[in-house]
Design a protein around this ligand. Sequence first.
Ligand SMILES: Cc1cc2nc3c(=O)[nH]c(=O)nc-3n(C[C@H](O)[C@H](O)[C@H](O)COP(=O)(O)OP(=O)(O)OC[C@H]3O[C@@H](n4cnc5c(N)ncnc54)[C@H](O)[C@@H]3O)c2cc1C
Length: 597
Amino acid sequence: MKSAFFNEEHEAFRSAVRQFMEREVAPNAEMWEREERIPRSIWHQMADNDLLGINYPVEFGGTAADFFFSVVFLEELARGTMGGFTAAVGVHEYMALAYIHKFGSRLLKENYLGPGIRGEKIGALAITEPNTGSDVSAIRTRAVREGDHFIINGGKTFITNGVYGDFIVLAARTDPGAGPAGISLFAVDSHSKGVDTRKLKKIGWNSSDTAEISFDGVKAPASHLIGQENMGFYYIMECFQLERLVAAITAVAGADYCLEITLKYIREREAFNRPLAKFQAIRHTLSDLATEVEAARQLTYNTCWMYKEGVPAIKECSMAKLYATELAKKVADACLQYFGGYGYMEDYPIARAFRDARAGTIVGGTSEIMREIIAKVLIDQVEYRAAGSMEAQKPAEPVSPPPSAEPEIEDETPEIELAAEAPAGTGEAPSPGPETDSQPETETETAAQTARAPESPIAAANGIPGSGDAERELEELLHPRVGETQPPRSPAESILYSLPERFRADKAGNYQGIFHFKLSGSEGGDYTVTLASGRCSVEPGLTGKATCVLESSAKTYLDMETGKTNPQIAFMMGKVKISNIPEMMQFLKFFRKLPDT
Ligand SMILES: Cc1cc2nc3c(=O)[nH]c(=O)nc-3n(C[C@H](O)[C@H](O)[C@H](O)COP(=O)(O)OP(=O)(O)OC[C@H]3O[C@@H](n4cnc5c(N)ncnc54)[C@H](O)[C@@H]3O)c2cc1C
């Protein structure tokens, strides 16, 4: 079909990939599904056909093609007739390698990106843990620096390519008190001492291996840190957009495949002396489904175009993932129905397609989480900024604060802390990984900890509890008594002026920095916080050359400080702008926490 998104080169590539899938992959589907693994040889064959580095630099063996070549490739993966194969390839090329390419050092690119593109090393991405999946910020796997290594302890689960892969892009906690701002990413060799894997049994995606992985004193060189320490959460949020697009593209392709084999079947199968294709009920249902698939495709293509152009598309990626994966489930179910009893038999590919489609609404962010993200835009009118593009967040290249293009959002509704809520209680405790020093001792403690409101930036700063009664302390800060020496201040200003009292000179040492706070709204104002010679001072106005500038509404600032709003999420949503994230994270560590409200 002619399309605004694909040119002749894309279509030529499509027919080459299609032939490859039909020749090298589809005939082996039964065997690979039965063996629950993909042979090494197919990775090499894909590499030989330039299929594992489509968007990556030529320097590392990639083809540096535009993103729509990947769209073609991902669509054609459906011809392999195995969701598991698609998942294994998708995780390797568009998740594990994506982090190394985007945030990894040259050393890591040489060690993993190049070999990954050549099909020599297969990657996994390990974020989910037995106790937490949707709530990425609650991960507990711990990485502690010891000299020029990190020692990793903890456990991951549901990890695609976790058993037969060669390296793991691992999310681990490097700062136990810092919530989402204490997560880092590492490239860990799967065969390192202390890494132990257990293959999990699934109801679908059988050809992909899915692992529970434990890390018991695993030694990872400090040079295997991906990007900057404690920036992992941001990197994950950034890369989630690609992961969701991949899920949407493959879901639409899977639905297409179901329709294709069903159309063939209903033309051939007869009932009441007529082909099934002649029954109006079936004709109309399939027409509706085909229409919906076409709508999902166009939504997905347009989102791919936004992604390719660098347009922030957090909402659209969530919509495409939600709509396409839910639709793929519906299509597979309806199509199986038209195969009658045969549809329920393993011999028929629709049975596998039905099982495989089920995973789509769970992996890479569940449908519920997608709806929450969309609702933030629709209902809370949050505008996602270029936070979706890590270019604005790269710590090595501090950016000046972007112009305040979007309207300030005075958000009266409680924050839905997508990345900070406690995981739903499961009743039965999942098997934990090895104990780590950050893990609470009991499940009750775990629930209490994770169910707590997210910590404020200052709470995130290794804070010591406030002296005296916490609630009273906060109340006094927010509502200073009239008639005392200080003039009445807005709550946000009061909190800013409490910084010197909460300053921890022992932590700051010789640190020097000038921090500008630009708080908008009726209770806002400009302030300068100076840290120098073991002292902290606050003054109105903007003075000196700023080390870092924080911009937000006074209300957002207040909510972040009092734990009502998760600062990282506020940042991702563009409600707060920080010109130099590493400096701000450093700054936060120098202050005693405020009690959460
Ligand atoms: C086959 C397979 C392969 C996978 N591969 C990988 C992989 O390679 N790497 C990896 O890191 N992970 C992987 N995962 C894990 C997957 O990403 C998680 O299962 C998923 O993110 C959900 O997390 P959870 O299972 O902990 O569910 P939970 O977070 O415990 O959620 C349970 C239920 O509660 C709902 N819920 C949670 N929070 C909210 C909320 N705020 N509002 C409304 N509802 C909510 C969820 O939608 C879900 O329905 C894989 C999973 C599967 C099944």
